[in-house]
Design a protein around this ligand. Structure first.
Ligand code: B12
Length: 249
């Protein structure tokens, strides 16, 4: 997506302010993403949801493409604009609220594969309030036939351990965005391994690891990915391999 100058008054935005010089050059996905971001930054929930609702039938996009290429891409772009001082905190909150609504809307449109027989528990590590990424992970897993338990933001270590005891997931996906939450990520991994040993397969990801990928090696985290689509693919491979090993052992 392209960066633009956004006036602090979102009412001044128009769709044309977000288009490239030659509108014909952009793909259907980019076109939808621009229209969606425009509406989200204006705070226009009705138009934003209409854009999402029509993206499948009109632009031929899959639900997965809309999650990543429209919602996630818009959230990243808003983050950049916020750092550059081109959108206010209020505009970011406004747009994020609309993206949460859009995700809920997409949930009702999701295609679902038949059950994979696997279950996954997804949670933010303690202190982490960025919960849009893990919410999207939850929906991708569900589309792929996983039984999903999604705990959300800022969950204490003990609660995560208790939830794993209760639901015995095949995979526990831990999400961290802020690097200052990496100590609580480490504490969560330690507590899970102390309680369940190698029985618990842990996946870890989120923007905190972009700067410190070596922590994943250090903690021997086998399942890692940069986005929801990749995570589901890798998880299925690793879990199927484990299941195969269990059968032949
Ligand atoms: C919305 C937002 C907020 C909202 C969050 C609301 C919510 N309910 O989530 C609020 C206002 C609370 C917020 C607060 C803050 N934020 Co903020 N925020 C954002 C913003 C604009 C969008 C986040 C988002 O929705 N992303 C979209 C999701 C879908 O993407 P994602 O999280 O990356 O998830 C994908 C992958 O990472 C991966 N993934 C995620 N989890 C996992 C887990 C596993 C196991 C795997 C394998 C993969 C994986 O798959 C996901 C789906 O494809 C980002 C910009 C950005 N680049 O993301 C800044 C951003 C994350 N925030 C930032 C900052 C600085 C803050 C604050 C410190 C601001 C402040 N001064 O108060 C606070 C910190 C809050 C806290 N204590 O945690 C910085 C972080 C920089 C850094 N890493 O150090 C960013 C990057 C903005 C920026 N460009 O600087 N923020």
């Amino acid at each position: 997506m392209m960066a633009h100058d956004y006036p602090t008054d979102p009412g001044n935005l128009t769709p044309s302010s977000m288009m490239s010089s030659n509108d014909c050059d952009i793909s259907p996905l980019e076109r939808v993403a621009q229209a969606y971001m425009d509406a989200a930054l204006r705070g226009d929930r009705t138009v934003a949801l209409k854009v999402i609702g029509e993206a499948g039938p009109d632009a031929g996009l899959s639900v997965g493409q809309i999650y990543l290429g429209v919602i996630q891409a818009t959230q990243y772009e808003i983050g950049k604009l916020w750092v550059e001082g081109k959108v206010s905190v209020a505009q970011e909150h406004l747009a994020t609220g609309i993206s949460q609504l859009a995700i809920a809307h997409l949930y009702s449109m999701m295609p679902r594969s038949e059950s994979s027989g696997f279950n996954v528990l997804i949670t933010c590590v303690p202190g982490e309030t960025h919960d849009m990424g893990p919410r999207i992970l939850a929906d991708f897993f569900e589309m792929s036939g996983f039984d999903v338990r999604y705990l959300g933001a800022d969950v204490p270590v003990k609660e995560i351990v208790d939830a794993v005891s209760r639901w015995t997931p095949d995979l526990v996906a831990l999400s961290a965005t802020m690097t200052y939450n990496l100590p609580s990520f480490r504490a969560t991994v330690d507590a899970l391994r102390q309680s369940f040993g190698d029985e618990v397969l842990i996946a870890a990801g989120g923007q905190a690891f972009e700067l410190t990928p070596e922590l994943l090696d250090e903690l021997n985290i086998e399942v890692r990915a940069s986005d929801a689509r990749q995570l589901v693919e890798i998880s299925r491979q690793v879990l199927n391999r484990r299941r195969g090993t269990e059968v032949t052992d």
